[in-house]
Design a protein around this ligand. Structure first.
Ligand SMILES: Cc1cc2nc3c(=O)[nH]c(=O)nc-3n(C[C@H](O)[C@H](O)[C@H](O)COP(=O)(O)OP(=O)(O)OC[C@H]3O[C@@H](n4cnc5c(N)ncnc54)[C@H](O)[C@@H]3O)c2cc1C
Length: 386
């Protein structure tokens, strides 16, 4: 039984079949639609360049063909470990031999940002809701200039809306990419007409006559017809409380995705695994990592344990520029920037003690391919269980 309807769950289910597993496979998802490409939710599905029906990872028939049962619109609420049962809402339960937790994440929404009509962006329906409010109004305030906030701002600007992008830090993504790249991200937004305001915290939001009013910590206010909060996500693990599965900012696992409870594994955005390659614990919120995790835990389920360690890879599209990141660099001591045509084309290489630890590139996919080779994917530590 696999809990979750994201890419980790999808890859886990199909990889189980590729690995020759012939037992019952069931995906239990709180979402009412089959797994889809979540990365489009803040991009093409908002601009209308992509249609929701194109977003599904596999055609509906593929699940039946592979003998994968899709149980949609059902939320898991707990695990009875002693009985090996997954507890579902409405007092139902599902017995399992192995359980894979792929419950991903949910948007954070601090109390100051909670007001009726404030949107967060994670699920398919969020993109259509945002499209609807954008078509009804001329301006939008986006709170948080991280990857998702930046993408929403970019999509709204592409639709001709007046965009105010509010960021509490000194520049967009300064904390993850450093000041030099952050300055280029800022320049990109500004060059596309986004009213980017940094060092600005939102203290409260009210709504009157269909208009939002955001009060800022510096005493100012911003008015808009729509508000999107893109201030990060939290792993969706609340439902595991009291189950015995250890969680701390995600489900704690070993490097093969095994949790504290035998027979229960975890993968994707919700998993915080013990990394042999990087040392310490890692929880990554990237599509590629979640997909690879899903496949890796499927191997572990069939007794060919496969490491969750991969070199993290991530992309973001903003204002027509493909931004990509490869590596793992919680800290660095030197950044080398190769400006081709900033802020749309450049490469930043991050070093720690003389070694390359990450590459960020705008409009330069070849630099990412090179960086990936230089960083080297750790050889998956597959080993057959005794
Ligand atoms: C808007 C957006 C844009 C993104 N863009 C990019 C990008 O451009 N590039 C990139 O690398 N990454 C991107 N990401 C990150 C990437 O999408 C995630 O890393 C990836 O989706 C994680 O997959 P997952 O399967 O681990 O979890 P999720 O995709 O979060 O899926 C979790 C699933 O579990 C379900 N679930 C949760 N709790 C329960 C429960 N109790 N019972 C049953 N089901 C439950 C949820 O409904 C959901 O279906 C983006 C994320 C978002 C939100």
């Amino acid at each position: 039984v696999i809990v979750g309807g994201g890419v980790a769950a999808h890859e886990c289910a199909f990889e189980l079949r590729r690995q020759g597993f012939d037992g019952h496979v069931e995906i239990v998802s709180a979402e009412t639609v089959p797994p889809y490409d979540r990365t489009w939710v803040s991009k093409g599905l908002v601009t209308g360049e992509r249609r929701p029906d194109e977003a599904f990872l596999s055609p509906g028939a593929a699940y039946a063909d592979a003998g994968i049962r899709l149980t949609l619109g059902r939320r898991a609420v707990g695990i009875d470990v002693a009985r090996s049962e997954l507890l579902l809402e409405r007092s139902a339960s599902l017995a399992f031999d192995r359980l894979v937790i792929c419950s991903g994440g949910e948007p954070r929404l601090p109390a100051a940002l909670r007001a009726p009509g404030v949107l967060t962006i994670r699920e398919l329906g969020d993109a259509s809701r945002l499209r609807a409010v954008l078509s009804a109004g001329d301006d939008i305030a986006v709170i948080g200039a991280g990857f998702i906030g930046g993408e929403v701002a970019s999509a709204a600007a592409a639709l001709g809306k007046a965009v105010t992008l509010l960021e509490a830090a000194s520049a967009p993504l300064a904390h993850v990419l450093g000041d030099q790249v952050a300055a280029r991200m800022r320049a990109l937004h500004v060059s596309m007409g986004v009213d980017l305001r940094c060092g600005v915290a939102v203290r409260g939001i009210t709504r009157r006559d269909g208009r939002f009013s955001l009060s800022l910590a510096n005493g100012g206010t911003v008015e808009a017809a729509a508000v999107v909060a893109g201030v990060g996500m939290a792993p969706a693990v609340g439902w595991l409380e009291g189950s015995g599965v250890e969680c701390e900012d995600g489900v704690l696992t070993d490097s093969f995705g095994r949790t504290s409870v035998p027979g229960i594994l975890a993968a994707g955005d919700c998993a915080r695994w013990s990394s042999e390659h990087y040392g310490g614990r890692l929880r990554i919120e990237h599509w590629d990592t979640a997909a690879r995790h899903g496949a890796a835990v499927a191997s572990s389920v069939v007794g060919r344990e496969s490491s969750l360690d991969v070199v993290p890879f991530h992309w973001s599209e903003q204002h027509g520029v493909l931004h990509q990141w490869v590596g793992h660099a919680p800290a660095w001591d030197r950044v080398e920037i190769d400006d081709v045509d900033p802020p749309r084309t450049y490469v930043a290489r991050y070093f720690r003690q003389g070694s390359l630890v990450g590459v960020f590139a705008a409009g330069q996919p070849k630099a990412i391919a090179g960086g990936r080779r230089e960083l080297g994917y750790p050889v998956p530590q597959a080993r057959d269980a005794a």
